[in-house]
Design a binder for this molecule. Sequence first.
Ligand SMILES: [Zn+2]
Length: 187
Amino acid sequence: MPKDSTAPGSLELVRSFVNSIDLEHPETLDAFADLASARVWLTDAGVDPAGLAPGELPELRELREAFRSALLAHTGEGDEGDAWRFLAEQLGGVRLEMRFARGGGAELEPAQRSGAEGLRGVLAAAVYDALRDGTWPRLKACRKHSCLFAFYDKTKNGCGTWCNMDTCGNQAKAARRRARERASARS
Ligand SMILES: [Zn+2]
């Protein structure tokens, strides 16, 4: 698998949102642990951070995990319907507006671009675009449970399950091999 796991277009925003915490070492990286770092993250995402309240951080962290569940379902883990409903509950009330481009064509954009609602808006618009262009199922979460890193599957057949074959993929294979060896040693 190519080591470059970035997603095309606005879908990269969803990927980087899911990866805004290092689950193995949250003390070293969690952009939504406190207000100051969350505001920096929103600014980088093109959302005005001024309206973000400290009380909204837990719901944004929950939204991040709702995305991770949906991405994990793309890797074949968990129930895809349940994960989708969980994400829909979080994003269902978001308002998007149709913007007509001068040269033709139209896009859906968030009705507002500030605070937690603004972040939900840009993420929902990215999901909508990815559903339309067929890239959504290729945004996945690594199957290794201590990793769960979000990656864009660039394999030909779309069957990638690990963020990086050299690390997570080979570790998972080695663990399975050891388990098989232990099993055969017992029999
Ligand atoms: Zn991984």
